[in-house]
Design a protein around this ligand. Structure first.
Ligand SMILES: Nc1ncnc2c1ncn2[C@@H]1O[C@H](COP(=O)(O)OP(=O)(O)O)[C@@H](O)[C@H]1O
Ligand SMILES: [Mg+2]
Length: 267
């Protein structure tokens, strides 16, 4: 059943000191699936992304990416294996222009796709030649993503000076431009107004086609517009997985999350 899973987690546990934040997370995401992860603030969603993305080691459990056991692998190794991520807070090269940020992401993706390093001087020279030749290809790709992000007007603006929504879009664009097949997106619409959020989700639908997405998202409208399936995390456990309609209709989910008046923003 899991032969075609892009991402699979089994029994993932993570503690901080004595506190268990992830208490045995099981999750299977098919290749090409768009999967939303929802749950109240503090449930452990971002921690799960840190564990899957290699920033944190799990204390127990196994993680498979495209069928390969990648448990405990470092982020750059996972990037090379086709995993990309965006963060809950935007991370761009603030002083570089928007286009430079994208060129850099495309370039990193190409390097990652090459797998492994050149051995001797001759090989290194040959590669430099190839890179020089490929710079046009890199430019073309970066410009295409720039267009998809609708950021052409600010191509030569320092990324750090963009308005918030545009910066968030650039952050997503960087994850996409890197060529990752599987993307972890932590609250891509965080801090956006409703209009901006809806536009971003619509855009994400288009540009992510053919990719596998795991998205942390608390806006149920966005979840409905984007996700094939939804998982609900409460206190470090997945308590339900299903289609958006199934999740919305699930009495238990309503009780512990959706309708429970968590008192505050569920993020
Ligand atoms: N590096 C850390 N050290 C200690 N506690 C942490 C750390 N990161 C997260 N936590 C705690 O783990 C819990 C889950 O946080 P988080 O994964 O950010 O939740 P969510 O993204 O679902 O809102 C919170 O109680 C948070 O304080
Ligand atoms: Mg979070």
């Amino acid at each position: 059943m899991t032969a075609d899973a892009a991402l699979r987690l089994e029994g993932v546990v993570r503690r901080f000191g004595a506190t268990q934040i992830l208490s045995g997370v099981d999750l299977s995401i098919a290749t090409g699936e768009r999967h939303a992860l929802i749950g109240p603030n503090g449930a452990g969603k971002s921690t799960l992304f840190n564990v899957v993305g290699g920033a944190l080691r799990p204390d127990a459990g196994t993680i498979w990416l495209d069928g390969a056991d990648v448990t405990g692998r470092r982020p750059h190794v996972l990037a090379r294996a086709g995993l990309g991520r965006s963060f809950q807070t935007t991370r761009v090269f603030a002083r570089s222009t928007v286009l430079e940020n994208l060129r850099c992401a495309v370039w990193c993706g190409l390097v990652a796709a090459r797998r492994g390093y050149e051995r001797g001087l001759a090989e290194r020279m040959a590669n430099w030649g190839r890179w020089w030749w490929r710079s046009r290809e890199i430019d073309a790709l970066a410009v295409r993503v720039l267009g998809e992000l609708e950021l052409e007007d600010v191509a030569y603006t320092a990324a750090g000076t963009l308005e918030y929504g545009a910066q968030r879009r650039l952050d997503l664009g960087i994850a996409l431009a890197s060529g990752a097949r599987t993307l972890l997106l932590d609250e891509p619409t965080a801090g956006m107004n409703r209009d901006e959020a809806a536009r971003t989700i619509e855009w994400l639908r288009g540009v992510s086609s053919g990719k596998t997405l795991l998205v942390i998202e608390h806006d149920m409208d966005a979840v409905f517009a984007l996700a094939d399936r939804v998982s609900v995390m409460v206190r470090g456990r997945i308590i339900a997985t299903g289609t958006p309609a199934q999740i919305r209709a699930d009495a238990y989910v309503r009780e512990v999350y959706l309708g429970a008046g968590q008192g505050g923003e569920a993020s």
